[in-house]
Write a protein that binds this ligand. Sequence first.
Ligand code: AMP
Ligand code: FES
Ligand code: ZN
Length: 334
Amino acid sequence: MRCRRCKGPAVIEVRRHNAAFCRDCFVHHVREQVRRAIEAFDMFGPRDRILVAVSGGKDSLALWDVLLDLGYDAGGLYVGLGIGAYSARSAEFVRTFAAERGAELLEVDLAEEFGFDIPTAGRKGSRSPCSVCGLSKRYVFNRAALEHGYDVIATGHNLDDEAATLLGNTLRWQTDYIARQFPVLPSEEGLLRKVKPLYRLSELETAGYAFLRGIDYVVEECPLVAGNTQLRYKEAMNHLEATSPGTKAQFFLSFLERGAPLFARQDAVDLRPCERCGQPTTGRFCAFCRARAQVLGERLGDPAAAPTDREVAANVSEEVLPAEIYGGGAEGLA
Ligand code: AMP
Ligand code: FES
Ligand code: ZN
């Protein structure tokens, strides 16, 4: 196999692009895909301060690496979820990366700051651990980014993540979630812009990039993943991809081009400050404060604070994410 770009010996094959690359040209290919994503959606500019949410996994560390190499002002944010040795190891990979690159790293520990961790939330609340995990992360990302003067939040969601989420949203025709499944969520009152610059890269590509760049990352899965429906959709997509390479990219990238405009949201949501924490929400209390109160056994406000339809739906179906903090839509399940 020869490298598509320089014709030297190739070390990695990308079936979707029907191409193979040598190390340097593959790194170039990944950077190009990220650059194109940023440009296509006008995600941020050279003067923006970007906060990369880093889990310690390959995707978010690869993203941080690429953004730093492209010359962006990119800091990292690690959220300590308290998931035993898994969280401890993830944090170590993030700290090592930040120290090696001399990059700013913010750390927020859920238990220290908010009094609960994800395993406890899974046992005590009515939501699945993944559901509380997802909403807690999104809450902390927004809050920390605002507090530290960042302009935009970037996550490491890749093509596999986005295709699987779209499959899940489509199987249930969750049209408001579909409408918001975009690589850019613009800022709204109290909510910073959120971007997914890896949406054009598959999991294999980000793993290859991390490997070839010598980035150490946590390889094991979150131990709470068993009930995660997203994983099943990923497996389903992988089956399709195995027999028809390019299916994932077709599904998601064509959605962005031709499907998404059909679902564009008409209704604007009204956001106001959560009465407990001040973060934006559509109700009296934000989804995070409600979940937290439930786990800690606290009462929030008076009984008049009856649950909205969406809250009821969120509790009935573990797969539906309470989406208030993003103004009525959710971009992912995890
Ligand atoms: P996941 O929710 O695990 O699928 O991760 C999706 C994205 O969320 C990752 O690519 C990261 O950008 C971000 N993320 C996940 N876990 C954490 C964490 N503990 N701290 C900071 N960011 C995270
Ligand atoms: Fe870790 Fe859901 S909480 S995968
Ligand atoms: Zn709140």
